[in-house]
Design a binder for this molecule. Structure first.
Ligand SMILES: Cc1ncc(COP(=O)(O)O)c(C=O)c1O
Length: 380
């Protein structure tokens, strides 16, 4: 039936001298980012706290390493990123052949579908989680199963187990989760991983791992768990402040990594990203500053929200999500903040139209946010 429809579209497009675009591609929506990339538009805002970036800026060590590398960008980058892989192997105490670099964590999610799924398969994630995974499933004509969250806005791992069938290829878990900020503890996670059939790849998206670990010293590190069917994904876009460079990595059993290497674009990540990442991983001062800033403001903002009577979800990441009783209240809060110069992220695109995500920015931005929050008339 699906094939028939494809053939009908194909014939129609050929008849009209059009390039054939498969129906499932036509049905995709382009990604809507949290903010416009127009810099002039930025000037309107005193706090841009919408995309979970590190607003303390990039690591100074990374910036100077990148400057030194710029004169060499007429050369292709090392396609294996050997130096960076070696460094990550040392940091995580894993073998170099268990590591793959990528053009952001996003780039690895994209590659995982290419390597491990076929149209007609299914993949499982949860509602209210990172939507890029959902989009990649649609892009690959793979059925997406979204399970409900618990009442505490956590991944419901029992529901995920119930959704598995013999066409399930991939399960996606985000810990801490974007956009709810919730975490899964080590016992719960291990219990779940022990129950998942070993033929299913489990993705652990740990984009916010460092913040989770700083909030709870027992926060699970799946890189050290060594399940053969788990891939742990990390990024330098968040705590390391390198979102614009596009660099992330995955760690898994060599069997998984070698399949991914076969389908990855050859010269990524680029050379500036590779040297920037190498330097940023050594910048412990910048790391500590970022973690301290985050912990301090997560606590201050939580207190202020509580005083204001706004419901928020306890966060293990670098953002806090607030939930309003209605979509209208969320919209008016967002509009008020926006016109006062605070850019936040409304979570309609994540299936949470009555929720807004507040990223932790630098001190000036957070002080400004707090000042605007106290003047917000809706909750006085
Ligand atoms: C959970 C999660 N995974 C992945 C990413 C994307 O990371 P990267 O910038 O490395 O592609 C984000 C960015 O917001 C995220 O929140």
């Amino acid at each position: 039936m699906l094939l028939c429809l494809h053939e009908q579209i194909l014939h129609m497009q050929i008849k009209n001298n059009q390039i054939f675009v498969p129906e499932f591609i036509q049905n995709l929506e382009p990604y809507r980012p949290g903010k416009s990339i127009d810099l002039e538009h930025y000037n309107k805002y005193k706090a841009i706290i919408c995309s979970n970036e590190n607003n303390l800026g990039p690591s100074p060590l990374a910036m100077s390493a990148i400057k030194n590398e710029v004169s060499k960008i007429h050369f292709y980058p090392d396609p294996q990123g050997e130096k960076l892989v070696e460094k990550l192997a040392k940091i995580h105490q894993r073998n170099a052949n268990e590591i793959i670099l990528s053009n952001g964590l996003d780039g690895l999610l994209y590659t995982v579908f290419k390597a491990f799924s076929l149209p007609g398969d299914n993949v499982i994630s949860s509602e209210f989680s990172f939507v890029a995974f959902n989009k990649f499933s649609k892009m690959n004509n793979v059925e997406l199963r979204l399970t409900p969250m618990t009442r505490e806005y956590k991944f419901d791992l029992q529901e995920i187990l119930k959704s598995i069938d013999d066409r399930t290829r991939i399960i996606y878990i985000c810990n801490p989760n974007n956009p709810t900020g919730t975490s899964i503890n080590e016992t719960t996670l291990k219990d779940f991983l022990n129950k998942v059939p070993k033929s299913i790849l489990v993705i652990l998206d740990e984009a916010y791992y460092e913040f989770g670990k700083n909030a709870d010293s027992n926060f699970p590190d799946t890189i050290q768990m060594k399940y053969n069917n788990v891939i742990s994904l990390r990024t330098l876009s968040k705590i390391y402040g390198l979102a614009g460079l596009r660099i992330g990595y995955g760690i898994a059993d060599e069997y998984i990594i070698s399949a991914l290497k076969k389908v990855k674009l050859v010269f990524n990540p680029n050379s500036l990203a590779q040297v920037g990442a190498l330097a940023a991983l050594d910048d412990f001062e910048h790391l500590k500053k970022t973690l301290d800033n985050n912990k301090y403001w997560i606590s201050e903002i939580s207190i202020a929200l509580k005083q204001k009577g706004i419901f928020y979800i306890e966060s293990y990441a670098n953002f806090i999500t607030v939930i309003f009783p209605s979509i209208e209240e969320a919209s008016s809060f967002n509009s008020f903040m926006d016109s006062a110069g605070v850019l936040l992220r409304k979570l309609d695109g994540f299936g949470m139209p009555n929720a807004i995500r507040i990223s932790i920015g630098n001190s000036d931005e957070m002080k400004f946010f707090l000042m605007v929050l106290t003047t917000c008339p809706i909750y006085l």
